[in-house]
Design a protein around this ligand. Structure first.
Ligand code: CUA
Length: 325
């Protein structure tokens, strides 16, 4: 052990990865705090058990042991082998169960339906008047209320997880699972699909932005509005190409003839922080890279490459999409 003890020096470097926007130890609300507490209690319990076990092991295998009496051996088995694990594991179980009701509290905020696609997230908000606002790969939440998530999937099992906001929940085709999250601290947190779902599973991320309630309402109103008209001649050419190339068969740009439901809704795609579920940014160059060859950025993506278009044509489409704020 001592010879490999230097490995312990690596631990701080491993833990350095535990900070940031996608960490269970950075809490954005009460749910995450509960889970963080649970983590530390479990970790402390595990360390105590580890030290106790190794102490006993050392004691039992000493080179020159004092003769252990049979009576002592019996008590060791009863206390150390039965009573101790039953009590510690029982206590941890009861502690864990007492946390459940708070994590399952009913929602009093917006209802958000999230559908797992290959490999991106469809996000539908149901507004107070019953209308639905569709977006993708970016979930905005008001701080201080519990939002309800209705989760399902198109083809395979995915798992919805924003580590800094709470627990994870699997998403199944043909079945709706429900969870609530009550974020408190405004900020941008990173979510990630947590169930292997195919070759681009690792590229299936999203952003969860927790906002002040008024800012959230203003954002939802803006999101419900139809797309803005192209503001430059190049973007105008891009808009025409978008339709003539058949993009509208898969993508919706509300307020235009594009009404497809296969791919992500692009009505306000230019105002998002990332493209293709966290894969690229949203600069004109990023849009151009994606349109030219989605498979290069996300292996197995259902969108075909548009490499038969000229650079100028792709640039025009990219300018159009980037301008959809
Ligand atoms: Cu979706 Cu992994």
């Amino acid at each position: 052990f001592l010879r490999s003890g230097w490995l312990l020096l690596l631990v701080p470097f491993l833990l350095a990865g535990c900070d940031g926007r996608q960490s269970v130890l950075v809490d954005g609300g009460a749910d995450a705090r509960i889970l963080t507490d649970l983590f530390w209690v479990m970790l402390t319990g595990a360390v105590v058990l580890w030290i106790g076990m190794n102490g006993l092991f050392y004691w039992a295998t000493r080179r020159s042991p004092a003769p252990h009496s049979q009576r002592m051996a019996n008590w060791l088995v009863i206390l150390g082998g039965i009573l101790f694990p039953t009590l510690t594991l029982g206590a941890l179980l009861v502690y864990g169960l007492t946390l459940m009701p708070d994590l399952r509290a009913t929602g009093d905020g917006p209802v958000i339906r999230v559908t797992g696609e290959q490999w991106w997230w469809r996000v539908d908000y149901t507004r107070d008047d019953g209308s639905i606002v569709t977006t993708a790969n970016e979930i905005r939440l008001p701080a201080g209320v519990r939002s309800t998530f209705l989760l399902d999937s198109k083809k395979v099992i995915h798992s919805f997880w924003v580590p800094s906001l709470g627990g994870k929940m699997d998403m199944f085709p043909g079945r709706v699972t429900e969870m609530t999250l009550g974020p408190e601290r405004p900020g941008i947190y990173r979510g990630q699909c947590a169930e292997f779902c195919g070759e681009s599973h690792a590229w299936m991320a999203f952003e969860a932005e927790v906002m002040a309630p008024e800012a959230f309402e203003a954002w939802l109103d803006a999101e419900a509005a139809p797309a803005v008209a192209p503001t430059s001649a190049e973007a105008g050419r891009g808009a025409a190409l978008f339709l003539s190339q058949g993009c509208g068969a898969c993508h919706a740009v509300r307020g235009t003839p594009a009404t497809g439901r296969v791919g992500p809704d692009l009505t306000h795609v230019g105002s998002r922080h990332s493209l293709a579920a966290g894969r690229l940014g949203t600069s004109v160059e990023d849009f151009a890279k994606w349109v030219a060859n989605p498979g290069a950025w996300k292996p197995g993506a259902e969108m075909p490459a548009y490499d038969h278009l000229t650079d100028a044509q792709i640039g025009a489409i990219a300018a159009y999409l980037e301008g959809l704020e």
